[in-house]
Design a protein. Sequence first.
Length: 110
Amino acid sequence: MNPARIGVAGDAKVSVTVTNTGKRAGYEIVQLYIRDLVSSVTRPVMELEDFKRISLAPGASQTVDFVITPAKLSFIGLTMEEVVEPGWFDIMVGTSSVKYETVKLEVVGS
């Protein structure tokens, strides 16, 4: 995660390297999920915010980048307006909603 701390209007980048350990070429769908750890309204445990389909030759590796934007962190708040609240977020990247790696992102400011 770069940077690991952003303002409510800031962007961050998360990267993951995917390797084809098989003997055949194949495709993988790399998925980005976000969880707001504390918010003013109840939010889903995991929200699919982005995904990318990649093709890999046998033994090949590829780095997949996702940009965390305010649009991916926002939700409709108590005032019925789109808002990004400061706080901690889990950023989860993997090949499914049960197979992923997690990093923390802190959003600061108002």
